[in-house]
Design a protein around this ligand. Sequence first.
Ligand code: CP
Ligand code: NVA
Length: 330
Amino acid sequence: MAGAPEHLVDIAGLERAFVLELFAEADRLRAARGTPRAPRPLAGKTAALVFHKPSLRTRVSFTVGMHELGGDAVDLGAAEVSEHGRESVEDVAHVLSGMVDLVVVRTFSHQLVQRLASHATIPVINALTDHSHPCQILADLYTLWRAGRDLDKITIAWVGDGNNVLHSWLEASTLFGFQLRVAVPDGFEPDAGLYLDAEVRAKGTVKRVRDPYEAVRGADMIYTDTWTSMGQEQEAEWRRIAFSGYTVDERMMAAAHPDAVFMHCLPAHRGEEVTDSVIDGPQSVVVEQAENRLHLQKALMVALAGGSWNRVPRKTRARKMAATVAVGTV
Ligand code: CP
Ligand code: NVA
């Protein structure tokens, strides 16, 4: 696929044309799914799935996606892959590169994914870190695109924590022209460097506001996420206090455009960041969002690992292997 990166560590650096091609490929795979013409471009290939945090959507969509594309998946955890574990991250990257065709990693440390990507000769996909969640936002953009929303024109309101999911939205704002209004309480801002970079590169389409109502007024989509991300459980109680006033409820939804949709990456904490009436209401697209993880990530896996030889150019791979063998024989 033209413009495909070697790895998907973050949305930053992706080409807009590649993202649009992913959407088209996801649609093709969706249409063929379960029919005799369903393609199996990953037949004979295996993905290593490394999960250090719980997951329903991401784990299932990558596992099922791999099977539907004709390939296999092997589950690994912290016992096998970690920053301070049984063996070095570099050794893990080299060994997996010789045995599997793709690595999907959900972990705490963003640096772990970056290190795996810089040492592996096979594609590495970030399946969520404390810093970002690129697969989620690619699937969310696909959900909006499928619904016929103009990604260059809509207004998106983020109401809640300045977390990993928001970071990926901020990066996406530099690829498309949508307006992104961010309402986060003081003390829960996104990473300052990433925010500033997005603000500059998105050329004025990113704006932070204090009042959630200012963010949602006339917006085409309201997005929220848990106030307490995985790994922050000890802060849950005081976060509930700090985020008071940030619950997306019917009144807040009514302040958006009448055709606005409600989005949430899930899992949701009903009664905290969103009420039952909104998440179960007619404007909510959370179930479609979740299913679209499968279609979009299948397209992503085909783009990154679907070639007859993986994305890393043959010469680079041969050089890396030769260097490894040379060092090994000294
Ligand atoms: N949205 C999402 O990534 O869900 P899981 O944590 O269940 O994978
Ligand atoms: N911000 C959440 C996203 C879960 C998909 C977390 O990191 O727990």
